[in-house]
Design a protein around this ligand. Structure first.
Ligand SMILES: C[S@@+](CC[C@H](N)C(=O)[O-])C[C@H]1O[C@@H](n2cnc3c(N)ncnc32)[C@H](O)[C@@H]1O
Length: 245
């Protein structure tokens, strides 16, 4: 059963104070890079998996999507998304992506931000999303970069010659527990190769792979972003289901 850490009061309080949750999409440095991966939204049927506070769902509706379905495991997240949304084109539901099944061919775009690394069986999810997309449909998602994720077990971090190497045990895939706002947050590490090959095995063609890093200009404006040039923290992927013949 999936861990529902976002309904933990301490975790939720800390998470709610992150700049990207206070300021929305403009508080996420990678948002312009994500936007560049999105297909035209006009008339599209969109599913946002792990929709959180609904920031992306609202943006997609305002960009012309015909309807957006936001799904999330957390009651806190869905309650906040519903409270902040007055748009009949958007619906939110509580759902667990570990077991979710969407109707075949029901969506033109499946989007997800920073959620799939919480999912134990990415292969099942990728196959389900592929079936849920109409021919020619798009999958655009972000996850914690596997290099960043591989640092999630502090006792594995080693230091050699004064330099910390945070990617120990990169090849050991599976559950990682980390402390973020609270102890024992469960995530799942998969290598870059596994992530990409899982999409290919599910039937997707890759459109773009982005190892997000802020530009030096962005770092000059926001020095806190400097660590994101040390190692990639986020992986952005765009994939597509083949169009009908
Ligand atoms: C880092 S937040 C990202 C939220 C939103 N996509 C954003 O970018 O602001 C991760 C979200 O994934 C959701 N989540 C984690 N595991 C899930 C699961 N098994 N099924 C559905 N949602 C899940 C959490 O509740 C949380 O809202």
């Amino acid at each position: 059963m999936a861990q529902n850490i976002y309904d933990d009061p301490d975790f939720f309080a800390g998470y709610s104070r992150l700049p990207r949750q206070v300021h929305g999409l403009d508080g996420a440095p990678e948002w312009p890079a994500i936007r560049a991966l999105l297909p035209p939204l006009a008339g599209k049927r969109v599913a946002d998996l792990g929709c959180g506070f609904g920031w992306a769902a609202r943006w997609m509706s305002s960009a012309g999507a015909a309807r957006v379905l936001g799904l999330d495991l957390s009651r806190n997240m869905i309650a906040r998304a519903e409270a902040d949304t007055a748009d009949p084109a958007i619906a939110y539901q509580i759902a667990d992506l570990d077991t979710l099944t969407l109707d075949d061919g029901a969506f033109d775009l499946v989007y997800s931000a920073l959620t799939f690394h919480y999912i134990a069986d990415f292969g099942r999810l990728a196959r389900m999303i592929h079936a849920a997309l109409a021919p020619g449909g798009d999958l655009v998602f972000t996850i914690e970069h596997p290099i960043f994720m591989a640092a999630a077990k502090p006792d594995w971090i080693t230091t050699t010659g004064g330099k910390t190497w945070p990617v120990d045990h990169y090849a050991d895939e599976g559950e990682r527990r980390t402390d973020w706002f609270t102890n024992g947050v469960v995530k799942y590490h998969r290598t870059l190769g596994t992530t990409i090959n899982t999409l290919i095995d599910a039937g997707f063609a890759l459109r773009r792979v982005v190892e997000f890093a802020p530009t030096p200009d962005e770092v000059a404006r926001q020095p806190a972003l400097a660590e994101e040039r040390e190692r990639p923290m986020m992986l952005l992927l765009a994939a597509q289901k083949a169009a009908a013949l």
